[in-house]
Design a protein around this ligand. Structure first.
Ligand code: SAM
Length: 326
């Protein structure tokens, strides 16, 4: 079992399948794009499977695939079923921008994946294009609708609300959670990389207030075992839910149960710290499993008690979100 120095049990691994993405969201990637990890530096699928098998032995039972955008990587359609069939995993889920979702839903369903997160920061085509720098709103929206019709559940829609950019749509997202079974999750914009001016930051408390004054009280939903850091609510008579992930205004580090694996084979103990442990180096030296176990233990031991960012400082994390995997 993996337990860190602050007695937190680590059972959740988020894997960035690739650092490449088919969108360039303004808060995530610079306008000209990001320098890509070279192909030979990216973990091969068989390497990922070996790492996950080790992780399972150490008590990891929950995996989320992310990126970059996982569906742009060749061979992902064969990899997902292999990963999902590994014994010892209770939960495999993914986070996608939804651009290629529609054509991949059958594969996900056959692999037994039911829970998906789609990032969609605007419900308006023009605004979607402004934020993502691509005109793919219709594709994403169709993918989400098809996932709903196929019975995927829950379908969580991740929204990063930013002042002057998409804050005017907060009530539209609230209405969506009333009319449709989607779980809208507002994620506070984190100061990662240099993309978004900190003036765009909106604390989730502001969004909560705006929603409650328009649609009535937000009724707390009791936490489930797959919730993670989201505080969940629903509206009276609403079909869906509202969730708030507030890493900046209300740090939830005391309950952190996760490690991240980057596409180029680095284990990250914390999203918002620059500490890291390479697992690719021993792997490519042809090491025994013990050295991979050692890399996991080292990463867990490096987990900070809490990340340093809060409302009162303007520190930034240098690493880019597209390379960490969100
Ligand atoms: N391509 C996939 C997607 O768009 O969902 C997965 C990768 S993306 C980096 C994962 C999540 O990180 C997305 O929901 C995105 O909105 C979120 N994200 C990226 N940069 C962020 C930031 N600076 N603050 C908060 N969330 C961020």
């Amino acid at each position: 079992m993996l337990v860190d120095g602050f007695k937190r049990r680590i059972n959740y691994l988020r894997i960035s399948i690739t650092d490449r993405c088919n969108l360039r969201c303004i808060y995530c990637v610079p306008p000209h794009g990001e320098r890509k990890v070279k192909h030979k530096e990216v973990l091969r699928y068989e390497e990922l499977l070996r790492i996950v098998r080790i992780a399972i032995k150490l008590g990891i039972n929950k995996i989320r695939l992310t990126g970059g955008e996982l569906f742009v990587r060749k061979g992902i359609q064969e990899f997902i079923p292999m990963l999902a069939s590994l014994e010892g995993l209770d939960d495999v889920s993914l986070t996608t921008n939804g651009v290629l979702l529609k054509d991949n839903l059958d594969i996900l369903r056959t692999a037994g994946i039911r829970r998906i997160n789609v990032s969609i920061d605007s419900l308006k085509r023009v605004n979607f294009r402004l934020i993502t720098r691509f005109d793919y709103f219709t594709k994403v929206w169709e993918g989400i609708g098809k996932a709903r019709d196929m019975g995927f559940s829950p379908i969580k829609l991740n929204v990063v609300a930013m002042k002057g950019i998409n804050d005017s749509e907060v009530l539209d997202f609230g209405r969506l959670a009333i009319e449709q079974p989607y779980h809208i999750r507002f994620i506070e914009c984190m100061p990662i990389g240099l993309q978004v001016n900190s003036l765009a930051f909106i604390p989730n408390s502001e969004i909560e207030k705006a929603l409650a004054s328009k649609f009535g009280p937000l009724i707390p939903v009791s936490p489930g075992h797959n919730d993670g850091p989201a505080k969940r609510f629903r509206f009276n008579g609403g079909q869906g839910e509202i969730g708030f992930i507030s890493p900046i205004s209300h740090s939830f580090c005391q309950d952190c149960n996760r490690l991240r694996l980057t596409a180029n084979g680095v284990l990250l103990p914390c999203l918002l710290s620059d500490r890291e442990v390479s697992i690719k180096d021993p792997l490519r030296r042809g090491c025994l499993d013990e050295e991979l176990i050692e890399a996991f233990l080292k990463a867990v031991n490096l987990k900070p008690e809490c990340h340093p960012l809060n409302l009162d400082n303007d520190q930034r994390v240098q690493r880019k979100m597209c390379s960490i995997g969100g």
